[in-house]
Ligand binder design. Structure first.
Ligand SMILES: Cc1cc2nc3c(=O)[nH]c(=O)nc-3n(C[C@H](O)[C@H](O)[C@H](O)COP(=O)(O)O)c2cc1C
Length: 324
């Protein structure tokens, strides 16, 4: 079986990537990912605030000193030099693509640091950009422009490919993906997992909801991967959310993903679970007589529907009419 995959112009031995998280924050963990068969790794993100803090340009005197204290503590315990060293040593010790990650909320000062990551030997970069538009006077479209400006700037700085990890909430996700591609992004990761709040009714406090996904979280992502891969077949698409089994890996490939990023299930099962996922994909391919992934990738994406809008509307009506 040939599971080789092209992602961001890079050749991967298979489409299964270990997601940006604590699963890729040390050399041992990155080596374990490679050993159990990962096609690539996305390193744990560094935060824009870390870069700004070290450059001495973090705004101080905010109304939220607790946040400043946390950033200061986090920066001191997670040095950027160590991050660059990890990129270098991961490249020396493994033969799979190593993709560092930056988490940001602006298109500002951190961008120059991306060049240091490239110089350390990264194969590509992933940018995880997210901010909550909370100002009711800001018009729709302003947020999208921030993403596009960031990509334009980054393209002038980097020669390596890069992907943008997006959230689900865009007025027109496909317009945004198209524009990101036109400005030089090589791929998109659909989707990021954000902090979600919950409320403890006993202590009457806001508490974090579970950081881990559930298998069902995949359903909406499957739809968007299937649409995005049909609407823009030039940009690389990496599916991220809710891969828990080999079936899930196959589903995202059928929907048109180039690669898939795996996180929560590996926290539960360990890196060795990668091999099980890959063995399943191979045995499924054998049972269907596919010898390469490219032969079935995207077979169930939205290219099959002349009018995807009408299809969605009909499905929606049938969905809720089946129950009295
Ligand atoms: C503990 C934990 C840490 C994570 N850290 C990061 C991170 O540093 N950067 C990032 O882009 N995503 C991060 N993520 C999000 C994952 O990369 C992934 O996109 C998300 O968990 C969805 O995939 P899953 O359903 O396989 O968990 C983290 C997720 C978890 C559970």
């Amino acid at each position: 079986m040939n599971l080789e995959t092209n992602y961001l112009g890079l050749k991967l031995r298979n489409p299964v990537i270990v997601s940006s998280s604590g699963l890729t924050d040390s050399l041992d963990k990155i080596k374990a990912a490679a050993e159990y068969g990962a096609g690539a790794v996305v390193m744990k993100s560094i935060f824009e605030e870390q870069i700004n803090y070290q450059a001495g340009i973090l705004a101080s005197g905010s109304d939220y000193p607790e946040a400043e204290d946390y950033i200061s503590y986090y920066t001191q315990t997670h040095s950027l030099d160590n991050y660059l060293k990890l990129v270098e040593s991961a490249k020396k010790s493994t033969d799979i693509p190593v993709i560092p990650s930056i988490n940001c909320v602006t298109a500002d000062n951190w961008i120059n640091f991306a060049k240091n990551i490239e110089s350390a030997g990264a194969d590509a970069l992933e940018i995880n950009m997210f901010f909550l538009p909370l100002d009711k006077t800001v018009e729709p479209g302003v947020a999208e422009k921030l993403y596009l400006n960031m990509v334009e700037k980054l393209r002038t700085i980097l020669t390596i490919p890069f992907a943008i990890k997006l959230g689900q909430r865009f007025t027109n996700l496909f317009y945004t993906i198209d524009q990101l591609y036109n400005r030089g992004a090589n791929g998109v990761v659909l989707f990021n997992r954000f902090f979600e709040p919950d409320i403890d009714i006993n202590s009457m406090n806001i508490i974090p909801a579970s950081v881990f996904s559930k298998p069902d979280d995949k359903r909406n992502v499957l739809r968007y991967v299937a649409m995005a891969s049909a609407i823009n077949d030039r940009i690389s698409i990496s599916a991220s959310t809710g891969v828990y089994s080999g079936d899930d890996v196959v589903k995202y490939l059928l929907a048109g993903a180039d690669t898939e990023q795996i996180c929560s299930v590996l926290y539960k099962e360990g890196h060795k679970y990668l091999k099980e996922l890959l063995d399943f994909v191979e045995s499924w391919m054998r049972s269907k007589n596919y010898d390469t992934v490219d032969k079935f990738r995207g077979l169930l994406n939205y290219k099959n529907f002349m009018d995807a809008g009408k299809y969605e509307r009909a499905q929606f009506m049938k969905y809720f009419s089946g129950y009295d």
